[in-house]
Design a protein around this ligand. Structure first.
Ligand SMILES: [Zn+2]
Length: 214
């Protein structure tokens, strides 16, 4: 098959890869909808993946050069600090997507579980949108981090008494904990009829109660 020529010359600029993808089939239904992360043929990640053309492993930030479809690169605006821009490309869009999908804005009440890279980014974006943000943490040791971020509320999710104080409070719960865990304690903290607004980013499936799967 003939190789296509790139339609634009990008070399002088910094062109980070969008959300960790470099290629997808661009033919299947998800690709045609712009949802390449669900490519039925499998998308090619910048790291821990294999190039779809030569099957060589991809090394992400350890690479000296990366070849990507131009569809998957974005230009960093002039003047934007590169170190600050980098987290926006993967963690940023991962958190931005549910916040915008559920129209989070001034007056919204958002809870975030987990205070790693995704959680930090989700907190900052939700606050910037004007939401009141509560951080759930399972470890008292993370409370200092949460206080440094100036979270509106910090709730120790292993403490039933603290969890009872936020029952029916949130418009959206974003769960960023990257391991198998029980999401059931968080569901009652959602407002009535907001049961589907729990976004969970674990790489492993989690079991939901029957009423939440309806
Ligand atoms: Zn595809």
């Amino acid at each position: 098959m003939p190789q296509r020529q790139a339609t634009e010359q990008h070399t002088p600029d910094y062109l980070p890869i969008r959300a960790g993808e470099t290629k997808s089939c661009r033919q299947c239904d998800p690709c045609k909808q712009g949802l390449e992360q669900y490519c039925e043929a499998g998308h090619t990640l910048t790291y821990a993946s294999h190039d779809r053309h030569d099957q060589r492993p991809t090394y992400g930030g350890y690479s000296e050069k990366i070849v990507a479809s131009e569809k998957f690169v974005v230009k960093v605006p002039d003047g934007l600090d590169l170190a600050g821009a980098a987290p926006l490309l993967c963690a940023g869009i991962t958190m931005w997507s549910p916040l915008r999908y559920w129209k989070v804005g001034k007056g919204s009440k958002v809870a975030i579980t987990g205070l790693g890279g995704l959680g930090h980014m989700g907190f900052k974006l939700a606050r910037a949108l004007g939401a009141e943000v509560t951080l759930f943490t399972r470890s008292p040791g993370k409370e200092q981090d949460a206080r440094r971020l100036e979270a509106d509320h910090i709730v120790l999710s292993t403490d039933e008494a603290q969890m009872a104080t936020v029952k029916g409070r949130f418009d959206l719960v974003i769960d960023t904990v990257p391991c198998v865990h029980d999401v059931n304690p968080y569901l009652p903290t959602l407002k009535l009829n907001f049961g589907c607004r729990c976004h969970q980013y674990s790489r492993h499936r989690c079991r939901l109660p029957a009423h939440a799967e309806e």
